[in-house]
Design a protein around this ligand. Structure first.
Ligand SMILES: NC(=O)c1ccc[n+]([C@@H]2O[C@H](COP(=O)([O-])OP(=O)(O)OC[C@H]3O[C@@H](n4cnc5c(N)ncnc54)[C@H](O)[C@@H]3O)[C@@H](O)[C@H]2O)c1
Length: 207
């Protein structure tokens, strides 16, 4: 069923997933048609029907899909059900918000621990998740086989934390500090510079 999937379908699947996840819990218990999804997202319904049929066999004529089953099928296809454990370094305003947010789980990411160097923050817990000293990063990541780290420390500390994450076995880093990071081979860094994104957005020509 999945073998003929095109890259365009692959790009649309997260949109369907996001839309279905945004439905109320009542609607998630019911059925939903490809036409309704197409209308909500402003897409061609033939295309949507084809996309969904390539990842789920649950569609019934005139009934549509059981919404929860469709969420599960798309999530499984996109790998959201293979949970990855994630750590966050920097438990200030931004880092704490990451630990408070429970929405990553639906996408297959569990933030399991925060790290900081400030003794006042170390030993606390946020949303049931512990905050440990940054010196424990390596042992924690090794013991728990952590592959993904998020950097929410000030710019001046970001490179040092990036180095420590790489030494701890982390292979994917999402960096929110507005600074370029040098990572060793085998470690992928994605920079999420919100200010830059806003500046680009504000300078886009609206159409
Ligand atoms: N707050 C936002 O909305 C926002 C938005 C976009 C980007 N950012 C970026 O995210 C980063 C964090 O922002 P913030 O507002 O949470 O800052 P913050 O000052 O509130 O928190 C930073 C935290 O990092 C900790 N820290 C400093 N050096 C460390 C180290 N070597 N190891 C471990 N922890 C260390 C500090 O003790 C502090 O708890 C910054 O680089 C900022 O530019 C923040």
């Amino acid at each position: 069923m999945e073998k003929n999937i095109t890259s365009q379908t692959l790009l649309r699947l997260p949109m369907y997933f996001n839309y279905l996840m945004s439905l109320s819990s009542e609607r998630k218990k019911g059925n939903i048609s490809a036409t309704a999804i197409a209308e909500a997202l402003g897409l061609n319904d033939v295309q949507v029907r084809k996309d969904l049929a390539s990842v789920s066999s649950g569609g019934r004529p005139k009934v549509g899909y059981a919404a929860s089953e469709l969420i599960s099928d798309i999530g499984k296809f996109l790998g959201f059900e293979n949970h990855d454990r994630v750590v966050v370094a920097g438990m200030g305003n931004f880092g704490r918000a990451m630990l408070e947010y429970n929405g990553f789980e639906a996408y297959g990411f569990d933030i399991v621990c925060g790290f900081d160097c400030n003794e006042k923050r170390v030993g606390s817990s946020i949303n049931g998740k512990p905050v440990r000293h940054i010196d424990e990063l390596e042992s924690f990541c090794t013991e728990n086989d952590i592959r993904i780290g998020i950097i929410t420390v000030p710019e001046t500390a970001a490179q040092e934390v990036c180095d420590r994450m790489a030494e701890s076995g982390i292979r994917f880093i999402l960096n929110f500090a507005a600074v370029h990071l040098n990572a060793p081979k085998g470690v992928t860094v994605h920079n999420e510079n919100i200010s830059l994104t806003l500046a680009m957005l504000a300078r886009c020509n609206a159409n």
